[in-house]
Design a protein around this ligand. Structure first.
Ligand code: SF4
Ligand code: SF4
Length: 359
């Protein structure tokens, strides 16, 4: 009787239409299994007296032992001498914040920037992404930084288009002087590279203040939302959030380049202009908040996918632009064949791509 086998606390599993997957959240490894073993994992997790009897009804004994060995060898499970009290990963999600993160897009009109920052502060938003699409000169850039330095955020990243007016020392200085600006991304760079900004006092200890990320790709409004195995999330908090909420839009509020308040700047639907509407009004709107609750179990195709607990999402670019429950356009995975393909060359996506100006 193997009723003293326990799943490791950091392991989760999920079934898909063609196969199941065991996710080791610490080692960031995936193990593919037949779906029949998902039921076995559920029984191991349940750890009741009848579990083993139920298991042998589902899978022949030699196969079952082989599966137990596979789990133990890969440190996905372990034996204990007694039943024990072993804590499994907690999949409930709760956070004492209404707004978790936000995006401000700025092009040539900066007039609403300060108002937007004060709205973010009023709703206690801690994490902000600022995307600057135009070629700013040094004075404009310094002015934007001076304004943001009057606020208190926990994490701010700035996305910039590379130009010759803002020298690298200036970008470095922003990370050194504004403690919550911890990542500046420069698009249109010659190479892809990441440079760490260190507080080098000459002492033994060096403190990393942030990073400058140089990216060859250009900064485009419709460049966001790509999904691949590289965008999977492994953090337990994010996985917990994914299970019950939308992995991109939950707790997000954004201002587009014309000052319109949206779930995400790339979405067509707006909830009024920041010049006359407060974030509070928008947060009280059920239509706005409804998108926060679209988890992968509600999304067509994704609900059959074994990756759905760790996959990110995008509601701005959809396979069917008229259906908010449609699969993300920029995902090339088909859970029915268990194969990844280049989504951008899929002829079935052409119509949606032309709607979004991606062709
Ligand atoms: S909804 Fe899509 S485009 Fe918008 S922020 Fe999320 S991933 Fe990006
Ligand atoms: S089908 Fe859905 S859940 Fe699966 S990888 Fe693509 S976007 Fe993620």
């Amino acid at each position: 009787m193997k009723n003293n086998l326990h799943l490791s606390s950091e392991v989760i599993f999920n079934s898909g239409i063609t196969r199941g997957v065991i996710i080791d959240t610490i080692r960031r490894e995936l193990f593919y299994i037949d779906n029949s073993f998902i039921r076995i994992l559920e029984l191991i997790e349940k750890d009741s007296n009848e579990s083993f009897e139920k298991m042998v009804k589902l899978v022949p004994l030699p196969e079952l032992h082989k599966f137990f060995d596979f789990l133990v060898e890969n440190e996905l499970a372990f034996y204990s001498k007694g039943p024990g009290e072993f804590k499994r990963i907690d999949t409930s999600w709760e956070i004492p914040l209404e707004v978790i993160n936000g995006i401000i897009d700025i092009d040539t009109d900066f007039s609403f920037y300060e108002k937007a920052l004060s709205e973010f502060e009023k709703v206690d938003c801690r994490e902000l992404q600022i995307r600057l699409f135009s070629d700013l000169d040094l004075t404009e850039f310094q002015k934007l930084v001076t304004i943001i330095n009057q606020y208190e955020f926990h994490y701010v990243e700035i996305h910039l288009v590379k130009n010759s007016y803002i020298p690298e020392e200036e970008i470095r200085r922003v990370i050194e002087n504004v403690w919550f600006v911890t990542n500046i991304l420069i698009y249109g760079s010659e190479d892809n590279k990441i440079v760490r900004v260190i507080n080098d006092t000459g002492d033994y200890f060096q403190i990393s203040l942030g990073t400058i990320s140089y990216l060859k790709q250009s900064l485009k409004q419709n460049g966001c939302g790509s999904i691949s195995q590289h965008t999977f999330t492994w953090s337990k908090d994010n996985i917990r959030e994914n299970i019950s909420h939308n992995s991109c839009l939950n707790g997000k509020i954004s201002v587009d380049r014309s000052g319109y308040i949206k779930n995400c700047p790339s979405m067509a639907k707006n909830f009024g202009n920041i010049a006359s509407v407060s974030f509070r009004d928008v947060l009280n709107n059920n239509e706005f908040r409804g998108l926060w609750l679209i988890n992968k179990d509600k999304i067509n195709i994704c609900k059959f996918c074994e990756y759905r607990k760790i996959c990110t999402d995008c509601r701005a670019y959809l396979d069917n632009p008229d259906d908010i429950y449609s699969k993300p356009l920029k995902c090339g995975y088909d859970p029915f064949t268990a194969r990844w393909e280049d989504w951008s060359t899929n002829p079935l996506k052409l119509k949606a791509m032309s709607v979004y100006g991606l062709v």
